[in-house]
Design a protein around this ligand. Structure first.
Ligand code: SF4
Length: 483
């Protein structure tokens, strides 16, 4: 994947994409604001959510062992996966063990994170997404671009085309004469998926929460497709990030209030499925839980960054982010886009590993809207700044970057009053030059240059260069502070 600035430039040139995104995020944002505004104790709920997660993370090892014991006591098999390869291997082995070459899936970020569909395909097992938006992404041979609404970048007409072209290759074809009316599109998806629900012998899910004391997994969804996957097949495999554990059933109370209002802007989501182990003659007769690390213990070890593990994947931070709204999710090059992706990816993978991941902490204006919206109070701007420092530290060896040279020069200049005085006189000259040649006029009347030759163009590619003030602050002060 290209680094964020390059991918974002491509996305920004796509006006249809920007229109789709602005419409979708604006709609969800307004719905969320309205329903959050109805809850007088919203801030207390946020504080409670953050506290439960922090306390759990502090003793994560103990809670995970409790969860394992509770799950086993109820007849589930627990597997531990250090990374994506191990997790995929476990799921493929279970499928092969039952002679299964086709599975249905509930929407799951964890399985996308580990690339499960592709790994299963390599083992000869086809995985079918059953969430409507995921289905659109899969049939369109596309990538998800939003945590909650993976096909947010598509409009109705595009979805109709995806169905018309893709459904026949994947099972039941789209009905002839399919229009782009939402009800018709939903009905076509329902018919297409029903065949798969009734045929599949194995399902793969994630989990929004895993209750340690009772060994209960929880999936929260809107369409009912999850309920079908969780109840119809014989074998159910759930891939669960280790940060999803909550100690008690009572803790769920807080999150089931925070999550639907923050994600879909609903007071309560239509389907909340909970399951604990195996019940003879009812539902799946074999249950496996894969507890996934894949970088989470690395994130946990980061004192500032570990708060990202509180995330309940509601996507509220994406919908309020001015950067996400303009670029969409693909530019982040990960299944976790937007503000949470900008911190979670470097925390999970580590900084200094690849250019694309290192570019993500800079994919933000640091406006703070994400922190305001986050139902578990993750201070995303704080983590972004922390990760930027780590990225800079990781690249200190070798030839310094132009930015590092510029910062060192600025430090040298600003650390000496005489040098600063000389520079200020130079700025007066720059003011006269820029005022003369600057073609752009900024709000407030200052002239600015839109483009400098290289290496200055690295700065002005995305910014104007405003004319410095005619007079320095110190010169103004010496005159008694009069204009
Ligand atoms: S960081 Fe907060 S707002 Fe963003 S997805 Fe996670 S819980 Fe939601």
């Amino acid at each position: 994947m290209p680094a964020f600035p390059e991918a974002a430039r491509k996305a920004l040139a796509d006006t249809q994409l920007r229109r789709n995104l602005a419409h979708a995020t604006g709609t969800i944002r307004a719905k969320r604001e309205a329903v959050v505004g109805e809850v007088a104790e919203w801030e207390e709920l946020r504080l409670a959510g953050a506290a439960i997660k922090d306390n759990t993370l502090r003793r994560l090892d103990e809670h995970l062992l409790t969860l394992e014991a509770s799950l086993q006591a109820r007849g589930a098999t627990v597997h531990w996966a250090r990374d994506a390869a191990e997790a995929c291997e476990i799921v493929a082995r279970i499928a092969h063990g039952h002679g299964i070459d086709e599975v249905v899936k509930v929407k799951s970020m964890a399985t996308q994170e580990i690339g499960l569909n592709e790994a299963l395909a390599a083992h000869g097992v086809t995985a079918w997404e059953t969430d409507l938006a995921e289905l659109i992404v899969q049939l369109g041979d596309d990538l998800p671009s939003h945590i909650l609404v993976p096909a947010i970048h598509r409009n109705r007409a595009e979805i109709r085309e995806v169905f018309r072209r893709g459904m026949a290759d994947a099972g039941r074809p789209a009905p002839p004469g399919l229009s782009d009316e939402p009800a018709e599109l939903a009905a076509a998806a329902r018919l297409h998926l029903r065949e798969k629900f009734l045929r599949a012998r194995m399902a793969v899910s994630g989990a929004n929460f895993a209750v340690a004391e009772s060994g209960t997994l929880v999936v929260v969804e809107s369409e009912g497709n999850g309920r079908m996957c969780l109840t119809l097949p014989e074998v159910l495999v759930s891939v669960v990030g280790i940060e999803k554990v909550v100690p008690t059933f009572a803790d769920l109370d807080v999150f089931l209030q925070l999550l639907p209002r923050s994600s879909t802007g609903e007071r309560m989501n239509p389907y909340t499925s909970t399951w604990s182990g195996v019940t003879p003659g009812d539902g799946p007769q074999e249950m496996h839980v894969v507890l996934l690390d894949n970088g989470r213990t690395r994130a946990l070890a980061d004192e500032v960054g570990r708060q990202a593990l509180r995330c309940i994947r509601c996507s509220a931070c994406l919908n309020v982010c001015p950067v996400y709204e303009r670029t969409g999710g693909h530019a982040y090059g990960s299944v976790y886009p937007g503000p949470i992706g900008a911190i979670l990816n470097p925390l999970l993978k580590g900084v200094g590993v690849d250019e694309q991941t290192d570019s993500l902490p800079y994919a933000s204006t640091l406006c703070g809207a994400c922190f305001e919206a986050c139902p578990v109070r993750i201070d995303i701007p704080e983590v972004l700044v922390h990760l930027r420092a780590k990225v800079v530290d990781a690249h200190r060896e070798g030839v310094p970057k132009p930015e590092a040279v510029a910062m060192k020069s600025a430090a040298w200049l600003l650390s000496d009053a005489r040098r600063l005085g000389l520079a200020e006189r130079g700025l007066g000259v720059a003011n006269r030059a820029l005022t003369r040649f600057g073609r752009r006029v900024l709000p407030g009347g200052r002239r600015a240059l839109g483009r400098l030759p290289w290496p200055g163009s690295l700065w002005t590619n995305a910014r104007d260069l405003p004319a410095p003030p005619r007079e320095s602050f110190r010169a103004w002060w010496r005159k008694g502070g009069r204009p």
